[in-house]
Ligand binder design. Structure first.
Ligand code: SF4
Ligand code: SF4
Length: 472
């Protein structure tokens, strides 16, 4: 039985409810009056239910699909402006005891090079990331209680926050590690993590069990209920996602929204972010073996309808996607992207030789961070290295209520410009610096509050004298 508040995975992601929602979407896919009314209602940025979103996803009326794209752009513009938050993944260890059939770190892969970074190696990776200009990381490890116990993750977080190379600092460490206990989530919270990220991969229980034949991750309920335990452990910013292509995208799309509704209903705060990875090639993984691959047009529609259904949830895209795809979906609702990423363990200090492959997936967008920043500036975006909310304690429901009241916009825009200025002064190439400075001048004028504008302008000046780390 479907129960949005239940703590049981099979009740808050009730299979019958997913299927009924998909049937509802199918039934109404040409229902012009209903689809128009949903598009009109969603204009208020209050989102849609999973059933309503299923209708929009299925919509077969080209003119209404166009209206949806335009609506997603408007919502994005209203809530996120033209800011794009930058981050990088940091792979600590690829030891893993699980058997996920879509990931080259699976335990049976005997030819991938296994590696776990020592604290000294982590320090070197972090210095390399700081020298690129990154301020926000997403930690990644495989699941292995012997090689990557929670103590290792906690020690690594401490190492990362402790390194200040030149003007560099990592100011927010998000963590993407396997589902764990309330006690371990509490420890992660105490270590000062930003978002706890865990991808569901697929919400379809049967499919999930087939894709995870061995290891602790094969327990669907334990994995699906992980965000509940994280919340219980005090982590109020959680990041959800599915790996599109593993299962029928429609099912996972609805499951993702039902998960978001569950967190909101049970804990008063929905996911902080949603990631939209698609399956892509890696060491012994060939996407051709997965028959549910999601084509570009559908992928764009997924991003569009997610933006409309959960307007206040940040949306993340990685370098799995090509420059061209990233450009298209940035326009439709993506608010965070990675840049200059290495998906191998230790890859920032020493890019791997091909025969040593320890990467989790092949990167489609191989550009440096500076090239990505330059490209964003050319497209009219403001690359932002802001981490202010987390550091000001604006997390969980505090963050969401600020977002929903519209006040967050008064922080984001000046913070984006101030952190961009830091980047330009310390790390940018001359061309990027020139474009960035012009962007800052132009965008400062757009800060509506006169007082905030004056303070931001003053701080941006003060940075020329060496001061850093201003924030609202
Ligand atoms: S997806 Fe995660 S848990 Fe599964 S094999 Fe890869 S690293 Fe291990
Ligand atoms: S002010 Fe908060 S919401 Fe805005 S970009 Fe910075 S961290 Fe994100």
């Amino acid at each position: 039985m479907y129960d949005v508040r239940s703590r049981k995975a099979t009740e808050f992601i009730d299979d019958a409810e997913v299927l009924a929602s998909l049937a509802y979407g199918e039934e109404h896919k040409t229902d012009r009056a209903l689809i128009e009314s949903l598009i009109e209602r969603a204009e208020d940025c209050k989102g849609l239910t999973h059933r309503e979103a299923a209708v929009l996803l299925e919509c077969q009326l080209p003119d209404l699909n166009e209206r949806m794209f335009a609506l997603a752009r408007r919502i994005k513009e209203r809530l996120y402006g033209n800011r794009i938050v930058m981050f990088a993944p940091l792979y600590l260890s690829n030891y893993c005891v699980n058997g996920c059939v879509y990931c080259p770190y699976h335990a049976k892969n005997k030819h991938i090079r296994r590696k776990k970074l020592s604290q000294e190696e982590i320090a070197r990776e972090v210095i390399a990331l700081q020298d690129m200009g990154h301020k926000r990381l997403a930690l990644e490890t495989g699941e292995d209680p012997v090689n990557n116990p929670i103590e290792y993750v906690l020690e690594s977080i401490k190492t990362i926050y402790g390194i200040h190379h030149k003007n560099g600092a990592i100011r927010r460490v998000n963590v993407n590690i396997a589902a764990t206990t309330v006690e371990n989530y509490r420890k992660l919270k105490e270590a000062g993590i930003g978002t706890y990220i865990l991808f569901q991969e697929t919400y379809n229980k049967k499919q999930y069990e087939a894709l995870h034949p061995t290891g602790p991750k094969s327990d669907y309920a334990y994995h699906t209920e992980a965000m509940d335990r994280a919340m219980e452990g005090g982590i109020d910013d959680v990041g959800c996602g599915v790996l599109f292509g593993l299962n029928l995208y429609r099912y996972d799309f609805v499951g993702l929204l039902m998960h978001a509704e569950h967190l909101e209903a049970a804990f008063g705060v929905g996911p902080h972010t949603i990631s939209v990875p698609r399956i892509c090639p890696a060491d012994d993984i060939d996407p051709a073996n997965f028959s549910n691959a999601v084509p570009d047009e559908i992928f764009e529609k997924i991003v569009t309808v997610l933006r409309i259904a959960v307007p206040y949830t940040g949306m993340i895209i990685s370098t799995r996607e090509s420059k061209a795809t990233r450009e298209r979906v940035l326009n439709l609702g993506i608010s965070q992207i990675s840049g200059g990423s290495r998906t191998s363990v230790g890859g920032y200090v020493e890019p791997e030789k091909e025969e040593e492959n320890s990467a989790q997936f092949d990167i489609s967008d191989n550009r440096t961070l500076d090239q990505v920043v330059n490209w964003l500036l050319e497209l009219g975006y403001i690359p932002s290295f802001c981490t202010a909310c987390y550091r000001e304690g604006r997390t969980g429901d505090r963050f969401m209520s600020l977002c929903k009241s519209g006040q967050i916009v008064n922080c984001c825009h000046p913070n984006a410009l101030m952190t961009l200025k830091e980047y330009l002064l310390d790390y940018a190439s001359p061309d990027t610096r020139e474009k960035g400075l012009a962007t800052i001048e132009r965008e400062l004028e757009k800060i509506p509050n006169e007082k905030v504008r004056a303070i931001a302008r003053a701080h941006i000046q003060e940075m020329e004298q060496g001061q850093r780390d201003f924030r609202f």
